[in-house]
Design a protein around this ligand. Structure first.
Ligand SMILES: *Cc1c(COP(=O)(O)O)cnc(C)c1O
Length: 364
């Protein structure tokens, strides 16, 4: 049992499973391959991987080799999932990828040649994916390079290319014509590799319509409750819930200053609760002044966020030291907090849980 005296991060695996089922139903037949990079967006890749395996997920994505190794170990031999590594085949990573049974997603021509050389050395085919850049200019070979690879058997010799992926740069905005252009390029590229499964959509792309789903979708943030269009989506449930105790309550008179600097000057007499969480607990400092917390059945303005303390405007609510305030969860939407902090839900999530207590709700 967690004590009630410190900030607590609770991770609801039943809500995670609910979101997985929502995404699977939206993906209508495409396989759902959860993205659990950065330790499952900070929420625990192994717990998430085990639970989603139980829900039917058989492929996962991580960014780094070490994340893949940790996930393989955590899943154990009884859950032989395919684990894809976005970083691909980096210098010297071949033997470790093979030892942990990880699939590199190759993302440049030098990586492709390194992979064929490594397969030769192994004396057996190397399972790999190929990342093609269709217009984000971040990661992947160009469509022309993909075509050249597809047309020369030698350049892919020894590779068992099971997956071709690309990533959308503007999927959160369905009206952006860039999505259609990337879709068109990707459709041409995947036709070059008829044996491989094709994957274009992350969370946002799943909701752009059936054309975007192909064989496999790669949701991250929406599994964890982030709306595909960067605003709360009522179909998804909050997975991360952060609560923290009220440490003290003070009354601040009009014209008085609050906290560091002269940034917050109150216009009326305000009852302010000092809450025991701050940016060291993952609350982003920039959310002070724009965000809200939830206490006694209502939203309460977030006045400032310091390292260990944050302040909320209690309004006329009765409150006592020791009572818990919700800073993120069912009533404080992840996307609202991200917007108040000028960032995306992904960043809010990965910052959580560095301090305080962490518990899981629901079966792992
Ligand atoms: C992080 C990532 C995803 C998941 O994105 P979300 O927006 O969290 O759904 C999918 N594909 C690639 C290539 C990524 O880097």
């Amino acid at each position: 049992m967690p004590s009630e005296a410190v900030a607590q991060l609770s991770i609801d695996l039943d809500a995670l499973a609910h979101n997985y089922r929502v995404l699977a139903s939206e993906a209508a037949g495409a396989a759902v391959a959860p993205v659990v990079k950065a330790d499952g967006y900070g929420l625990g890749a192994v717990a998430i991987g085990r639970r989603l395996w139980a829900e039917g997920a058989r492929s996962f994505f991580v960014a780094r080799l070490a994340e893949g190794e940790a996930l393989r170990e955590g899943l154990g031999p009884e859950r032989p999932a395919a684990i894809h590594v976005f970083d691909g085949l980096t210098t010297g990573s071949g033997p470790r990828l093979v030892a942990a049974g990880l699939t590199p997603v190759l993302s440049s021509l030098p990586q492709v040649s390194a992979a064929t050389a490594f397969a030769r050395q192994l004396g057996r085919p190397l399972t790999a994916g190929l990342h093609v850049d269709t217009g984000m200019n971040r990661q992947g070979v160009t469509p022309d390079e993909a075509r050249a690879l597809a047309q020369s058997i030698d350049r892919l010799r020894g590779l068992d290319l099971g997956l071709v992926i690309s990533h959308l740069g503007a999927g959160t905005d369905p009206a952006d014509p860039h999505n259609g252009r990337q879709l068109e390029r990707f459709a041409a590229v995947r036709a070059l590799f008829p044996e491989a499964r094709a994957s274009l959509a992350a969370s946002a792309g799943i909701f752009l319509g059936p054309d975007y789903r192909f064989d496999l979708v790669r949701p991250g943030v929406s599994l964890y409750g982030g709306g595909p269009q960067e605003r709360p989506d009522p179909r998804l449930k909050a997975v991360a819930r952060l609560t923290a105790p009220i440490l003290d309550i003070r009354t601040v008179r009009p014209g008085e200053r609050l906290g560091y600097g002269a940034k917050v000057v109150l216009e009326r007499t305000t009852r302010v609760a000092m809450v025991g969480a701050g940016y060291a607990d993952g609350m982003i400092r920039a959310a002070g002044g724009g965000g809200y917390a939830w206490f006694a059945g209502a939203r309460r303005a977030l006045l400032f966020v310091n390292m260990d303390l944050l302040a909320i405007d209690l309004g006329d609510a009765e409150a006592q030291a020791g009572e818990m305030v919700e800073l993120l969860g069912d009533n404080v939407h992840l996307d609202d907090l991200a917007a108040a902090a000028g960032t995306v839900a992904h960043e809010v999530l990965v910052r959580l849980g560095r301090r305080g207590e962490r518990t899981y709700v629901g079966e792992i």
